[in-house]
Design a protein around this ligand. Structure first.
Ligand SMILES: O=C(O)CCC(=O)C(=O)O
Length: 268
């Protein structure tokens, strides 16, 4: 039987270590559905630079590519955890599948909310989840993390030599269906895939409601698709207001723009 979800323990680990593992994040049915939903999108192209990974495939706008990804994005235990670190109205900022193929080199060490460019140490502007569709092993490109690095200053990061980084990085070995949740300030990288099989994962990032999102989901997710999503997911995609009026659409609530007969007022 699955362990009960001990939210206080997860909050504590996220605060002290910068990450926590949810061992039973996705069940066998969800994993099978995720694999099936990804089939049409994989095998077409690889990354365009070393950060995306020349031997890595990324499927962007994952949240709109199957009901299973909608469910994984708004998973209740995850949202309960995010509620403890982000302000009400937080947003989905990135949503991708990442398939690291054999021979891929390790990614550059980075932290996910780095582009907000605010001095560190500071609270994270975003939190990330990476879920294993294939089990993550020592050899197949498991995410490498530096535990505790979410507390580091800019000076600590600038002083990190490649040798020191290698000695501190730890692979997140976890079974298929498990997920790591970590602070946007935690140093990590996609690992090198030294195995002979690909490593498939899904990843979502969530940011403060006042922050610009990485992916522009208003343009990426077709209106009809957004309209059919749950209210919670619509919220996460930005169809809500950060009070008093960030996110307004021509002076109105953005949900109005999903109504059947809505025409942008500037076109009327
Ligand atoms: O795929 C992974 O394990 C991590 C990828 C990552 O950190 C990124 O692309 O920002």
């Amino acid at each position: 039987m699955a362990e009960p979800f001990d939210i206080e323990a997860h909050v504590q680990r996220l605060a002290s270590d910068g990450y926590t593992l949810i061992e039973d994040f996705a069940g066998a049915g969800a994993l099978a559905a995720a694999r099936a939903a990804l089939v049409p999108h994989l095998g077409a192209h690889h990354g365009r630079n070393a950060f995306e990974g020349f031997a890595t495939e990324r499927v962007y706008t994952l949240v709109a590519r199957g009901k299973v990804f909608e469910d994984l994005t708004a998973e209740p235990r995850l949202l309960a955890l995010l509620d403890r670190f982000l302000l009400p109205g937080y947003l989905l900022t990135a949503s991708q599948a990442i398939c690291i193929h054999p021979g891929e080199a390790a990614q550059a060490v980075h932290f996910d909310d780095g582009f907000y460019r605010q001095p560190r140490p500071r609270p994270a502007v975003s939190l990330s989840l990476i879920g294993a569709i294939d089990a993550f092993t020592d050899a197949n490109g498991a995410t490498d993390i530096i535990p505790g690095s979410h507390l580091w200053s800019d000076a600590d990061i600038a002083a990190l030599s490649p040798q020191k980084a290698e000695s501190l990085l730890r692979p997140v070995v976890m079974p298929a269906g498990a997920a790591i949740v970590f602070q946007g300030t935690l140093l990590h990288r996609g690992g090198a895939n030294r195995s002979n099989a690909p490593r498939l994962a899904f990843t979502n990032q969530y940011c403060q409601p006042w922050a610009r999102t990485q992916e522009n989901f208003y343009l990426g997710v077709p209106r009809a698709r957004a309209r059919a999503m749950s209210p919670r997911l619509q919220d996460l995609l930005g169809y809500n207001i950060w009070p008093p009026f960030m996110g307004q659409v021509t002076g109105s609530h953005p949900l109005k723009s999903l109504e059947d007969d809505w025409v942008a007022p500037v076109e009327r």
